[in-house]
Unconditional design. Structure first.
Length: 59
């Protein structure tokens, strides 16, 4: 279940970054790219946390 949630975050990031390719203004493009980057970073943090949790390093 945790892996599906992490993949869901990455899928949202991919969709947001795809939508940022052709916006009507540069401001919207910048905001979408920042949002997509945030989701990618959040996905990596979740993946790292779940990996360490499965190794029982985090209780």
């Amino acid at each position: 279940m945790k892996i599906l949630f992490t993949f869901g975050v990455w899928i949202i990031a991919a969709i947001v970054l795809f939508l940022s390719q052709n916006p009507k203004s540069r401001t919207i493009r910048l905001m979408l790219m920042i949002l997509g980057s945030f989701f990618i970073l959040y996905g990596f943090i979740l993946a790292l946390y779940y990996a360490l949790e499965s190794l029982a390093w985090i209780t």
